[in-house]
Design a protein around this ligand. Structure first.
Ligand SMILES: Cc1cc2nc3c(=O)[nH]c(=O)nc-3n(C[C@H](O)[C@H](O)[C@H](O)COP(=O)(O)OP(=O)(O)OC[C@H]3O[C@@H](n4cnc5c(N)ncnc54)[C@H](O)[C@@H]3O)c2cc1C
Length: 178
C-alpha cells in the first residue's frame, strides 16, 4: 500500500511543482514491505502512457506553454514497445499538431492508393462488395504505429518533455499543497 501521508509530506517539502509522480518504492507504514528508496519526479503535468494520445497531449501542452514541466511515463521498456498495431492512419490530427510531419523524417508509411471490399465465402472464392463510406481510406496512410509513436516520442523530447520508459508499476501523484 502507498503511504499518502508520506507522499504529501514529501511534496510539501518540494519546490512547488503542481504534481509529483512517484515510482513504486518504500513509503512504509508499520508492517509494510521495505522496497528500497522512493524515486520522485517533479512536474507540472504527468501523462501516463506514451501512446499516440499521451504523446500528442504532451507535445501540445509544450506548444501551448513551453514553461510547463511535462513528463510522460510509459510502462513499456521504450516508447513504442507496447504499441503493436499496424495502422491505417487518418492524418488530419497529426497535420494540425505537427505540420509538415511527413517531410520531417516521420515514418509516414504509404498512402492508400486503392481499396476494395470482398465477402469471403466459406467454400473459397471472394465476392466483391461496395466499400461502405465510413470504411473509405483514400488519403490515409498505412503506417507502423509503433515506429510512428517512437518518432513522436523523439519530437516530444525535443520540445523538452521528459519521456520515461520502463515505469511499469503503480504511480501515486500528490497535488501541490496550497
Ligand atoms: C490490432 C489493432 C489494430 C488497429 N488498427 C487501427 C487502424 O487501422 N487505424 C486506427 O486509427 N486505429 C487502429 N487501432 C486503434 C489504435 O491503435 C488506438 O486507437 C490507439 O493506439 C490509441 O492510442 P492511445 O494513446 O489512446 O493508447 P495506446 O496506443 O494503447 O497507448 C497506451 C500506452 O500507455 C501505456 N500504458 C498503459 N498503462 C500504463 C501504465 N499504468 N503506466 C504506464 N504506461 C501505461 C501502454 O504501454 C501504451 O504504450 C488498432 C488497434 C489494434 C489493437
Amino acid at each position: 500500500m502507498w503511504s499518502v501521508r508520506a507522499a504529501a509530506a514529501a511534496a510539501a517539502a518540494g519546490r512547488g511543482a503542481a504534481f509529483r509522480a512517484r515510482g513504486l518504492a518504500a513509503a512504509r507504514e508499520p508492517g509494510e514491505l521495505e522496497l528500497g528508496p522512493r524515486e520522485a519526479l517533479e512536474c507540472d503535468v504527468c501523462v501516463v502512457g506514451a501512446g499516440p494520445a499521451g504523446l500528442a497531449s504532451a507535445i501540445r501542452l509544450k506548444q501551448l506553454d513551453d514553461s510547463l514541466a511535462v513528463t510522460v511515463l510509459e510502462k513499456g521498456g521504450e516508447v513504442g514497445a507496447h504499441v503493436l498495431s499496424g495502422n491505417v492512419l487518418e492524418p488530419r490530427a497529426l497535420d494540425e499538431l505537427l505540420p509538415g510531419w511527413r517531410e520531417q523524417g516521420a515514418p509516414a508509411g504509404v498512402e492508400v492508393s486503392e481499396e476494395a471490399s470482398f465477402f469471403l465465402a466459406a467454400g473459397g472464392g471472394a465476392v466483391p462488395l461496395p466499400t461502405p463510406p465510413p470504411m473509405h481510406n483514400a488519403g490515409n496512410r498505412v503506417v507502423s504505429l509503433s515506429r510512428l509513436v517512437r518518432w513522436l516520442g523523439e519530437r516530444a523530447e525535443e520540445l523538452g518533455v521528459e519521456v520515461r520508459g520502463g515505469v511499469s508499476r503503480s504511480i501515486t501523484h500528490t497535488p501541490n499543497p496550497p
